[in-house]
Write a protein that binds this ligand. Structure first.
Ligand SMILES: Nc1ncnc2c1ncn2[C@@H]1O[C@H](COP(=O)(O)OP(=O)(O)OP(=O)(O)O)[C@@H](O)[C@H]1O
Ligand SMILES: [Mg+2]
Length: 368
């Protein structure tokens, strides 16, 4: 996977910018708040159709403008590809987004998955450890969607079912009618929900094996990392009938609280360090290292599944690590192309590293 050209128009603090990244390591450096992360964000967005730091597309539109445009051109193996994202404001809160791949408009966002594979590490990723389960589910969902578009569709379907079921629970609670309809939604929820849990479990098993090894390497065998899927459905072996029985049992409670309270939208991932929950037990450095081990595992899995090395995006990722850990990590990077943001040109790079430098200053980028 190789990005050869990026065009940003009215995206974040960029009015108009063209960047031509190179193979190897691209260091994007500059003072704080100049637009370094914004570049990585535009790449991640073109890869996953989501920003890593906001769910609101309007945040991405340059202040006082009516829309943004991103174009990314590159190669998958030797085959050229292009991705265009054109977003236009409709009202102050809503917008219309058109995504094109090789100049053809996509009819579903899912079609973008896998066109440009990327793995991002950003300070926000620490929320996977520090925050609640929804951050961990989001991490997992973005990742599985990238390598398995049918998972992305199943998720969309599942959330639609939950939304409709919740509306129904509310109306049953308020009016007492249509109670028998809940059964239909429960059947649908159990069917699609089972698919999601199954995929997540398979995936967690793979990522656990790999991140455990990565963590072992980075810590020179001192720490043991373990990741497990934590499913709340009692006695659930993966059979959708068991899922159905479990939600059928709590029907009255769900009506009372007017919400679907069991299923993959409530599950969690446990991240354990030496058998203890890393969130309460791990130091800053241990948490950072664990996330990096996880991210490298993500990269290895994408490579295995797609046969392509993803583009690696490291936003401020190495800043708190000591020299040895930085070097170990850089040596572990096995990509065609990596983007690293930092506030100054790095001293720990040797001349063997295949590096290009870009200086960012107030929304303009200069190749140095
Ligand atoms: N929609 C927008 N319109 C205009 N400017 C924006 C918009 N969104 C963000 N910005 C500006 O972009 C800048 C931040 O960009 P970015 O997050 O890329 O900084 P950075 O160079 O990565 O800084 P740091 O080193 O602190 O991480 C800020 O000055 C912010 O005000
Ligand atoms: Mg930044």
């Amino acid at each position: 996977m190789l990005i050869e050209n990026i065009i940003l128009k009215n995206f974040r603090n960029y009015e108009y910018q063209e960047i031509s990244p190179k193979k190897g390591i691209n260091i994007i450096y500059g003072r704080n708040a100049q637009g370094k992360t914004n570049i990585l964000e535009s790449i991640f967005l073109s890869s996953t159709a989501r920003s890593h730091r906001t769910n609101k597309d309007t945040d991405l539109i340059r202040n006082l403008q009516q829309g943004y445009f991103i174009k990314i051109e590159g190669k998958r193996d030797e085959e050229p590809f292009s991705i265009d994202i054109n977003c236009t404001k409709i009202t102050s809160r809503s917008n219309k987004r058109i995504i094109k791949v090789n100049d053809i408009s996509l009819t579903r966002t899912g079609q973008l998955m896998g066109v440009l594979n990327s793995v991002m590490f950003s300070p926000e990723d620490l929320t996977v450890i520090k925050e609640g389960p929804s951050e961990r589910r989001r991490f997992l969902d973005i990742l599985i969607s990238q390598i398995n578009p049918s998972y992305f569709y199943a998720l969309q379907e599942y959330f639609k079912i939950i939304k409709q079921k919740n509306a129904l629970l509310k109306s049953v609670y308020e009016g007492g009618k249509n109670r028998d309809l809940i059964e239909i939604y429960n059947l649908k929820q159990a069917k699609t929900g089972s698919k999601i849990i199954k995929e997540r479990k398979i995936f967690i098993e793979q990522i656990n094996m790999k991140s455990k090894q990565n963590h072992y390497d980075i810590t020179k065998g001192i720490e043991n990392l373990d990741i497990r899927y934590d499913c709340d459905i009692p006695d659930y072996s993966g059979d959708e009938n068991d899922f159905y029985k479990a939600i059928d049992k709590i029907k009255d409670k769900e009506i009372r609280v007017q919400s679907s309270i069991l299923g993959p939208h409530r599950d969690d991932i446990e991240i354990l360090l030496d058998g203890m929950n890393i969130r309460d037990y791990g130091s800053q450095g241990q948490q950072r290292t664990a996330i990096l081990s996880l991210k490298f595992a993500e990269m290895q899995i994408i490579k295995e599944k797609t046969g392509k090395k993803p583009v690696l995006l490291l936003d401020d990722a190495l800043s708190e690590l000591d020299l040895l850990r930085k070097r170990t990590l850089l040596d572990k990077i096995d990509t065609n192309q990596t983007f690293i943001t930092c506030t100054e040109k790095r001293k720990y790079m040797t001349l063997d590293d295949n590096i290009s430098f870009y200086f960012v200053n107030k929304g303009t980028v200069k190749s140095i």
